[in-house]
Design a protein around this ligand. Structure first.
Ligand SMILES: Cc1ncc(COP(=O)(O)O)c(C=O)c1O
Length: 415
């Protein structure tokens, strides 16, 4: 079924779940929240689940025989099952809770990269990587003597897959690519990249920070070896992220953090490790956040991820078309016909992105300005910064009109 055939979202109904959207900002103007790529808002259902946890069964997990600890442990473990089911993993063994996407990448870089990479080995990234992956692999390469290569982008902000075919060789040990670019909106051919990596016995790590919140994702279909995303971009709380890893790979990796709960047997001389995924979750974990993430998945699944994707595509097309009405607006990344995620990064004439974000803020519109943690990509685009509007399930075309009117006024101010 094409996403065009899917029934649209009942936005008015959805907005009732997000009381924050009713607030005003600045001079008592209604909030128009278009910074969802940075962090999405949190529905009542998720807040309620966290409150229920603190009111009803707050306790440490895996440490107590008392009832509260057992209830908290069950909720915490079941949150792993829920995430596994949501992204098509084989089971909780493949789901490690981290603080965020960044920590998930660092976990693999430290636990696998430092142990397995050496001089002559290559890590292949893309020019559109977020700093979370780019800086992390750069540092691991420095410490191990490996080198980092970048798959270039073409003029439409799409990966040059011919160049990728040349760059990935038998020296490549890891291909790490963003699924949906947080700056260009490009949706990358991640299963093709995973196939390419596997042809050369390399692993594929997919950064799904902008993908899991906005479209159905199945890590098995992609055949990703590792996949990461953050709860706070998908209607969940801050402070929780997910590392998916194929069980046999996680099994072979050494822990990243040491301490309580990740061990099986400890003596004065040595220690052995707990089963997956607990081997990678040292210390008191993110219990309330896991409960919140579980509720966020319930929330999104009730809406339906196909419908979320369709809504994102519709809004990004509308924003792209409205912004294209101005001949001095430059939009980065592919056209809607080429396929793009629910965000649009752009610049307006000679107006600095920060000035633009500050002016539209007076109209109540929250957008992001800066390099969006993709400085090297902005160098490639030949700009220091851009403005970015990013959408979620509660945004409307009317809100994009508010943004466009505010931009029009900003253009006149700077003319
Ligand atoms: C594509 C991408 N990767 C990684 C990250 C890092 O996410 P977090 O800050 O939650 O670790 C982000 C956040 O903006 C992102 O958009």
């Amino acid at each position: 079924m094409s996403t065009q055939d899917i029934e649209p979202l009942d936005i008015e109904r959805i907005r009732e779940d997000f009381p924050i959207l009713e607030r005003t900002v600045g001079d008592d103007v209604p909030l128009v929240y278009l910074d969802n790529g940075a962090t999405s808002q949190t529905p009542e259902q998720v807040v309620d689940a966290i409150v229920d946890y603190y009111h009803g069964y707050n306790a440490n997990v895996h440490r107590g025989v008392h009832q509260l600890s057992q209830e908290a442990s069950i909720a915490y473990e079941e949150a792993h099952d829920r995430v596994a089911e949501f992204i098509g993993a084989d089971g909780r063994e493949e789901i490690v809770f981290t603080k965020n996407t960044t920590e998930a990448m660092n976990l693999v870089a430290y636990a696998w990269g430092l142990a397995e990479l050496g001089p002559g080995d290559e890590v292949v990234l893309t020019e559109m990587e977020h700093h979370a992956s780019l800086v992390t692999w750069q540092q691991v390469a420095k410490r191990t003597g490996a080198t980092v290569e970048y798959i270039p982008i073409d003029g439409d902000g799409q990966l040059d897959m011919d160049a990728a075919g040349d760059l990935v060789t038998d020296d490549t040990k890891m291909v790490s690519a963003v699924h949906v670019s947080n700056t260009l909106g490009t949706v990358n051919p991640v299963s093709e990249l995973a196939d390419l990596a596997h042809e050369h016995d390399a692993y594929a790590f997919i950064d799904g920070a902008q993908a899991v919140p906005t479209r159905p994702v199945d890590v098995g279909d992609i055949d990703a070896d590792f996949y990461a995303f953050s709860g706070h971009k998908m209607a969940g709380p801050t402070g929780i992220g997910v590392l998916y890893g194929k069980e046999h790979i996680l099994e072979a990796m050494q822990p990243y953090l040491y301490g309580g709960d990740m061990i099986r047997k400890v003596t004065f001389e040595d220690s052995t490790w707990n089963d997956l995924p607990w081997k990678f979750e040292a210390g008191t974990p993110l219990i309330a956040q896991a409960v919140g993430l579980d509720a966020a998945i319930d929330y999104l699944e009730d809406i339906g991820m196909e419908r979320v994707q369709r809504h994102e595509e519709r809004l990004s097309r509308y924003a792209y078309e409205r912004l294209s009405e101005f001949d001095d607006v430059e939009i980065y990344g592919p056209s809607p016909d080429q396929g793009r995620g629910g965000l649009v990064a752009f610049n307006v004439g000679s107006v600095h992105a920060h000035d633009l974000a500050s002016i539209v803020n007076d109209y109540g519109v929250a957008i992001r300005a800066g390099d969006h943690c993709t400085q090297p990509l902005h160098d490639t685009l030949g700009v220091a910064a851009s403005a970015r509007a990013s959408f979620y399930v509660y945004n409307t075309e009317a809100e994009i009109d508010v943004l466009v009117d505010a931009i029009d006024d900003a253009r006149e101010l700077f003319a």
